[in-house]
Design a protein. Structure first.
Length: 291
């Protein structure tokens, strides 16, 4: 294709501009046009090269961002979605759980413990429903999360009871910080002290009011009650012996005494006789009535 043909492809104003261009002396018009077209071609190549560099840079940025997002997502899945451990005991069962740092947790019947083993050495947090004795290995902060309160320690021995909205924390060794979930009121317990809360007010019993022991009595399968509502005592009987009990009497009465987790009939007698109650089977259900 000739240069004249290329000129014809330009708009009319460009064509007139080229035709009116004065050719320097000693130069043929065709030579001048050749130089102009070559320069235009070089400029086009430069622009194309810049576009390619920008496109390559953008592609690299997109790839790097994708890798970063994928890494963050994988880390999130690993630390927050994987590694969850749940231990749940049924009625009539007791069990022991050893955490990744060798801390020991003894679970009472019908209790649930949950933690994440992947995050353990970043935050030693466990969730508890039920009752457990914690013997914590010294180290960074250790927290027990319950609906009514958060219990924080570094290394100590303490018991946490969390049922029906009530949280009771008893310190057997070291120091224990208890923070009520809703009011955020807090207290520091030392050996022999106990705190009760339902998420708001913290009721604290001083050391002299509590028998100082090394461990709670339920560890030895003994259950003591001091002016406890009768229905809560019956719930503990059901929990420890895996039975169903129907209380056909005034459930607002209070009981002071104890029973052992060794013999069901003996335990029922220890609870019923002092209150002038009697028990019997009705099918698979135990019914407690007045004498």
């Amino acid at each position: 294709m000739t240069r004249n043909a290329n000129i014809d492809n330009h708009p009319e104003n460009a064509k007139r501009l080229l035709e009116s261009y004065r050719v320097p002396e000693g130069k043929e018009r065709s030579e001048v046009w050749e130089a102009i077209f070559e320069k235009l071609g070089n400029e086009s190549l430069k622009q194309e090269s810049k576009a390619r560099v920008l496109q390559l840079t953008f592609t690299r940025v997109v790839v790097a961002a994708s890798v970063l997002v994928a890494t963050i997502l994988a880390s999130y899945i690993y630390f927050y979605r994987m590694g969850n451990v749940n231990v749940q005991l049924a009625r009539g069962q007791h069990g022991v759980v050893y955490l990744p740092d060798s801390s020991k947790v003894t679970l009472n019947a019908e209790s649930r413990l949950a933690y994440n083993q992947n995050r353990w050495f970043f935050d030693r947090d466990v969730s508890l429903t039920g009752e457990a004795l914690f013997e914590v290995t010294k180290g960074q902060r250790f927290r027990v999360l319950t609906p009514g309160a958060t219990t924080t320690v570094a290394g100590t021995v303490f018991n946490v009871f969390s049922r029906n909205g009530m949280v009771k924390v008893t310190c057997f060794d070291g120091k224990v910080k208890v923070v009520a979930a809703n009011s955020k009121s807090q207290t520091l317990l030392t050996k022999g002290m106990e705190a009760n809360t339902m998420g708001y007010t913290l009721q604290v019993k001083k050391a002299e009011a509590i028998e100082v022991a090394s461990k709670p009595t339920w560890i030895n399968e003994e259950f003591f009650f001091q002016n406890a509502p009768l229905n809560s005592v019956v719930e503990e009987l059901e929990r420890q012996f895996d039975v169903d009990i129907f209380l056909d009497t005034d459930s607002s009465r209070f009981y002071t005494g104890y029973f052992k987790r060794t013999n069901l009939a003996e335990a029922l007698n220890l609870v019923c006789i002092p209150l002038d109650l009697k028990w019997s089977y009705s099918g698979e259900v135990i019914v407690i009535t007045n004498e």
